[in-house]
Design a protein around this ligand. Structure first.
Ligand code: SF4
Ligand code: MG
Length: 330
């Protein structure tokens, strides 16, 4: 399968209050194939959201992609003009966010907002647009779609707003849907419905999905492949079964252990000790070293590179570099 999205060496910096540039995403490589769902996991502050905002070119004025390449359907997007980019966004490349209110306009009716997406990207006439919007709302499971068409976003429940956002993202049948923690704020039942909806859309249209989440349960249910990010870098990547059954990086192992287990009615929660180091405070060696129970002397000195493993996965850890033992250099 050809890649819908190919990201190489993506590096994004933000300027802080003292106007110093701080790297937040640091040389990230990955691709998403047609029809595939790629999960990006990691704790908050790992650079997952900034990676997706870099791809969408929605970083805001303080953020900037400083190097790398983002090819969408074979075309470099980092050099497109803002106007060219607007033609892609919401059209062949769509994104849904954790909080729908950030992407819905509170003063416009639902019908008007989705209608505007169709107006921007299609040649449908007014009546056809209205019919298509109601069809989309129905498709995402909104009851009384013709009534909701005339409502404003704040009149809807969180779950309904999420559906509206998915309808809007699907309006032009995107080739790639980027979903950033799309279900985090929702209760478990609605969360399952939303994921089911995204999965059905994917299966029916063949679009690719890039799903950003900190929830490995969601990953297990939805994804084909997974990328684990830590402190701005990819530290492991694998197909979903390999990652969950045979994780290689101590951070990934910690994430898997952190999934709550239900045992004898007691909920056990393991948490990886410590915190993700902030951008600007990354150590020179392995960025996970301060929290890693396996850390060796070399880990403090030198950042390991992402290495290809025998089973096809990739891992950034000295433990998996042949010849590294007890801190000896390979
Ligand atoms: Fe731990 Fe060293 Fe591997 Fe980093 S490189 S995860 S510190 S063992
Ligand atoms: Mg985030």
């Amino acid at each position: 399968q050809p890649s819908v999205l190919e990201v190489k060496g993506l590096t994004t910096q933000f300027s802080n209050r003292k106007n110093r540039s701080v790297t937040v995403v640091d040389g990230v490589d990955f691709h998403v194939k047609k029809g595939e769902t790629l999960g990006i996991v990691g704790e908050s502050g790992c650079g997952k959201s900034v990676t997706s905002l870099s791809i969408m070119r929605l970083l805001g004025k303080n953020g900037k992609v400083t190097s790398g390449s983002v090819r969408f359907e074979g075309q470099e997007t980092l050099t497109l003009t803002e106007q060219e980019m607007r033609k892609l966004r919401g059209n062949r490349l769509a994104m849904i966010f954790q909080e729908p209110m950030t992407s819905l306009n509170p003063v416009l009716t639902i019908g008007r907002q989705i209608g505007e997406v169709l107006q921007l990207h299609t040649s449908l006439g007014q009546e056809e647009r209205k019919r298509r919007v109601i069809e989309l709302l129905t498709l995402v499971g909104i009851p009384r779609a013709a009534d909701v068409y005339r409502e404003h976003p704040h009149r809807l429940s969180g779950g309904m707003r999420q559906r509206v956002m998915i309808a809007m993202a699907m309006a032009c049948q995107p080739q790639l849907l980027i979903a950033d923690e799309p279900t985090t704020a929702l209760d478990v039942t609605i969360q399952a419905q939303m994921l089911g909806l995204i999965r059905d859309m994917r299966d029916n249209t063949g679009m690719a999905v890039m799903l950003i989440t900190h929830d490995l349960g969601v990953v297990a249910e939805m994804c084909d492949r997974v990328l684990v990010m830590y402190a701005g870098q990819v530290i492991e990547s694998a197909d979903v079964r390999t990652l969950l059954r045979n994780p290689k990086h101590p951070y990934t192992m910690g994430l898997i252990r952190s999934v709550p287990h239900q045992a004898k009615g007691v909920k056990w929660l393991y948490a990886i000790p410590g915190n993700v180091p902030s951008p600007g405070e990354w150590p020179q060696g392995c960025r996970f070293a301060a929290r890693c129970s396996e850390a060796m002397p070399i880990c403090q000195e030198q950042c390991p590179s992402l290495m290809k493993m025998e089973d096809g996965s990739e891992c950034r850890c000295w433990l998996h570099v042949p010849g590294t033992e007890g801190g000896e250099r390979p």
